[in-house]
Design a protein. Structure first.
Length: 228
């Protein structure tokens, strides 16, 4: 991997590039990691794996290693077949309806977190508490500012969001995204896959500052910091 911006470096370690963590005032900082085709698709046949590369996987692993908690939507956990993790993963779900017998829960090295709402079905919450820590944040829909406060109480300072697009849109709408790490895959896909953010339009566009650009085998690795 070579760095193109802010300085040209012929060979760079992703761990050094992404060690520049965002900082937020009064809450954990949230860094978003997504991959997209050149024409904006975030998945092929419903999953992001077909867009990736070995370098993209390395960046994925580096970003996880720098996070205290990974934040991901339940639909992404199902679609991408998330397995056990050594980093705590907080699954965002309104219904708290997941496969509690899956290796993601039963073989996890770090106990998962179920981030849900206080009006989720009580029987689902009961099952969730057997295999995960449960955070109730909001009614009807997740209150992400409150959820981040709860994660902070558990020691989280750096949160990595991994999608999907609807969750990303909710985080942006709540004003809690601090950095966007975007891999551009050198592919055209068309189809009806979502963009990296999906949902209602933001009241005003969020201004970003480019922090770094790297390249490997045609893949571009962009890192943007949200302007305060």
């Amino acid at each position: 991997m070579r760095q193109l911006f802010p300085d040209v470096v012929d060979s760079v370690d992703p761990a050094a590039v992404y060690a520049d963590l965002p900082v937020a005032s009064g809450r954990p900082a949230v860094r978003l990691n997504m991959i997209s085709s050149v024409d904006g698709d975030t998945s092929l046949d419903g999953v992001s794996g077909g867009l990736g590369s070995l370098s993209d996987k390395k960046v994925f692993d580096v970003l996880r290693s720098l996070a205290d908690v990974v934040l991901v939507a339940a639909g992404t956990v199902r679609a991408e077949h998330y397995g056990p993790s050594t980093v705590p993963i907080a699954v965002v779900t309104r219904a708290a309806q997941l496969d509690w017998q899956s290796p993601f829960f039963t073989e996890a090295k770090a106990r998962p977190i179920v981030l849900t709402v206080d009006d989720a079905p009580p029987e689902n919450l009961e099952h969730a508490r057997e295999v995960a820590d449960v955070i109730l944040a909001g009614t009807g829909g997740v209150d992400f500012k409150g959820a981040l406060d709860e994660l902070a109480l558990r020691g989280a300072r750096n949160v990595l969001a991994e999608g999907g697009p609807t969750l990303n849109g909710q985080l942006a709408l709540a004003g809690v995204l601090d950095e966007v790490c975007l891999t551009f895959a050198p592919k055209l896909a068309a189809g009806d896959a979502k963009r990296i953010l999906a949902g209602p339009a933001l009241p005003t566009p969020t201004d970003l500052s480019l922090r770094s650009v790297c390249e490997d085998e045609g893949y571009l690795f962009l890192r943007y910091r949200v302007n305060s």
